[in-house]
Design a protein around this ligand. Structure first.
Ligand SMILES: *[C@@H]1O[C@H](CO)[C@@H](O)[C@H](O)[C@H]1NC(C)=O
Ligand SMILES: *[C@@H]1O[C@H](CO)[C@@H](O)[C@H](O)[C@H]1NC(C)=O
Ligand SMILES: *[C@@H]1O[C@H](CO)[C@@H](O)[C@H](O)[C@H]1NC(C)=O
Length: 179
């Protein structure tokens, strides 16, 4: 044997030492909103990086997040996050989501719910009202940097889709997008 237990020992003790340093820290740190997502079988990257101000009701699983600023993150499409995000967590689902919108053909659509129906499919569904939009789960593996946007910016939350903007056409395009 080329590697004896004695040559491994310093490495092992270093690893154990590092683990012991880390342990009290990980134990005492409160769970994050990302942990809550993971525990519900949802990818952490659904919410932007750096969230510390959050609450979750242990009974209803309603969560609330306050960002430090509204921001946009680029996935396949752009996602916009408002100052305040809330919704109900359950396994594989976020229901009654508010504060997240998704850009589609230069319009912003509120994302009402997010579902992972079958993790083995590698897909995640965003319910954006007019249609379900499917994305690859892997896009949302880890929380992304989110670029601050001016809350009064006309391209952000103030530009809600309206019936007068010709949803019919948009829907047609989106359906083509999905298939
Ligand atoms: C968010 O901000 C509101 C108003 O300042 C506050 O009541 C709430 O506790 C904050 N945090 C969460 C997680 O909602
Ligand atoms: C939304 O978040 C902002 C920024 O953290 C906070 O100042 C504000 O009070 C929050 N509003 C609500 C309704 O929680
Ligand atoms: C959640 O949304 C559904 C419609 O999508 C609505 O019927 C229900 O009242 C909402 N629940 C809460 C607690 O807001």
């Amino acid at each position: 044997m080329g590697i004896s237990i004695f040559s491994l020992f310093p490495t092992l003790s270093l690893i154990l030492f590092l683990l012991s340093l880390n342990f009290p820290f990980t134990q005492s740190s409160p769970s994050s909103i990302y942990d809550h997502l993971e525990r519900n079988g949802l990818p952490m990257g659904l919410l932007p990086k750096g969230i510390t101000d959050f609450s979750i009701d242990p009974d209803t699983q309603r969560f609330q997040v306050n960002l430090t600023q509204p921001c946009n993150a680029k996935f396949e499409n752009q996602l916009h996050y408002d100052f305040n995000i809330s919704g109900f967590l359950s396994f594989g689902k976020i229901l009654n989501l508010s504060g997240v919108s998704q850009q589609e053909l230069f319009l912003w659509f509120p994302v009402n719910s997010i579902r992972v129906d079958d993790p083995s499919s590698g897909l995640i569904n965003f319910d954006v009202g007019v249609v379900d939009k499917q994305f690859s789960l892997s896009l949302f593996e880890s929380p992304r940097d989110c670029t601050a946007v001016d809350p009064s910016d006309s391209h952000s939350n103030s530009q809600k889709p309206s019936k007068s903007l010709g949803i019919g056409t948009v829907e047609e395009h989106m359906l083509r997008d999905v298939s």
